[in-house]
Write a protein that binds this ligand. Structure first.
Ligand SMILES: Nc1ncnc2c1ncn2[C@@H]1O[C@H](COP(=O)(O)OP(=O)(O)O)[C@@H](O)[C@H]1O
Ligand SMILES: [Mg+2]
Length: 369
């Protein structure tokens, strides 16, 4: 994230740690989130995402470090005074109330003028595209509509910050993808600073301005989605986002940004993606499945710096693309995955066939092992 003036920072997390007994759930986390941005904290289960979010919400106090919202320490503000909207996987809507009554609830709690409440409820029903549904009981709404009520209820009191903890995790894929775009649209429309937690890499790429990737309590990378994808900062991020082939080897030449590795006696050109790299050190060359081209043996891959021969192990038809698994003998029998999208001929290779794989040197990122 680029540097922003102090008064433009919505949330500042400074050297924050959380220890539960012997478990260090969050380790020395630091970041600044400018106002109006949509941040996603992405990581596998148990990586510390919820713990970090709960500390930002002020539910739990860090065992080290400090968190500031609009330059004030979180812990200094009592829970009911915090201007934070939240949506969790369990929506916690009031089932005996209507959609409108659920959305009105935070306004009543905060003692807003009763005369303006109906107008606000209408406005937020419209925002989440539930105009006309205000009198429906929660049980009369679909899963997606209940999600929308929960979003409206979290936003109706105009919080400074919206926190989302895997609110879409329980939805089926189609609805989840639709709601991801809705979160994005609503966030852009209101400009509310948002922190979303998910283990779904696609969601992180789709909805966010910024992504923080976590593993084992530690922030691995903090970047725009496109940068986290194109220039992952380490092998964990390269593996967690996207489908990546790792080729084991040793660094044989380093003249940054170029790095050459030797794998099973083959020299492969790539780019140095890790400042810790040194000549002689063990490394992994990471190549995305969609950066690898596949062709009939000895044919069609001219112009690519690296070409290797392999044999098709499996061929999975996924509709918009074919996924191949290729055993590459000259790279120590490495199993490589390749995405192929052949709009011209719809050529498909069968298991057992000999093929060639090729990729550009700039598409092999070399990481320390
Ligand atoms: N209240 C708690 N007491 C003890 N350990 C906890 C508590 N909350 C979380 N943890 C542990 O902290 C780690 C991170 O958990 P969590 O933040 O829930 O991860 P995530 O949300 O990424 O799945 C896990 O090892 C988890 O078991
Ligand atoms: Mg969690």
């Amino acid at each position: 994230m680029g540097a922003a003036a102090a008064d433009q920072i919505a949330v500042s997390v400074q050297n924050v740690g959380m220890k539960f007994g012997a478990v260090q759930a969050v380790k020395n986390a630091s970041f600044d989130l400018p106002k109006g941005r949509f941040l996603t904290i992405l990581g596998p289960s148990g990586s510390g995402k919820t713990t970090l979010l709960r500390m930002i919400a002020g539910f739990d106090r860090p065992t080290s470090g400090e968190i500031f919202i609009s330059a004030r320490p979180v812990s200094a503000v009592p829970a009911h005074r915090r201007a934070i909207g939240m949506v969790f996987q369990k929506l916690a809507l009031f089932p005996h109330m209507t959609a409108g009554e659920n959305i009105a609830f935070p306004l009543k709690m905060r003692r807003h003028d009763a005369r303006v409440i109906p107008e606000k409820v209408e406005k937020y029903l419209d925002l989440v595209r539930l105009g006309g549904y205000g009198d429906r009981r929660i049980g009369e709404l679909s899963g997606g509509q209940q999600q929308r009520v929960a979003i409206a209820r979290a936003l109706v009191f105009e919080p400074d910050l919206l926190l989302l903890d895997e609110p879409l995790a329980a939805l089926d894929r189609k609805l989840r993808e639709e709601m991801q775009l809705e979160f994005r649209r609503i966030q852009k429309e209101l400009g509310v600073t948002t922190i979303n937690v998910t283990h779904d890499q696609r969601e992180a790429l789709v909805v966010s301005d910024e992504v923080i990737v976590m593993n084992d309590g530690e922030i691995q990378q903090n970047a725009r989605p496109v940068d986290a994808y194109r220039t992952p900062s380490n092998a964990f991020v390269a593996n967690f986002i996207g489908v990546t082939n790792f080729i084991d080897g040793r660094v044989v030449d380093l003249s940054a940004p170029a790095a050459a590795i030797e794998s099973n006696g083959r020299r492969l050109a790539g780019v140095a993606a890790d400042p810790k790299l040194a000549v002689g050190s063990r490394c992994a060359g990471a190549v995305r499945a969609e950066q690898v081209r596949i062709a009939v043996k000895g044919d069609g891959l001219a112009g690519l710096e690296t070409v290797v021969a392999g044999r098709v192990v499996d061929c999975i038809f996924e509709g918009e693309r074919v996924v191949y698994e290729i055993r590459v003998g000259e790279l120590g029998d490495a199993l490589m995955r390749v995405f192929d999208h052949d709009p011209e001929t719809h050529l498909q290779f069968s298991p057992g066939e000999e093929v060639c794989l090729g990729w550009n040197a700039r598409d092999m990122h070399v990481f320390q092992k």
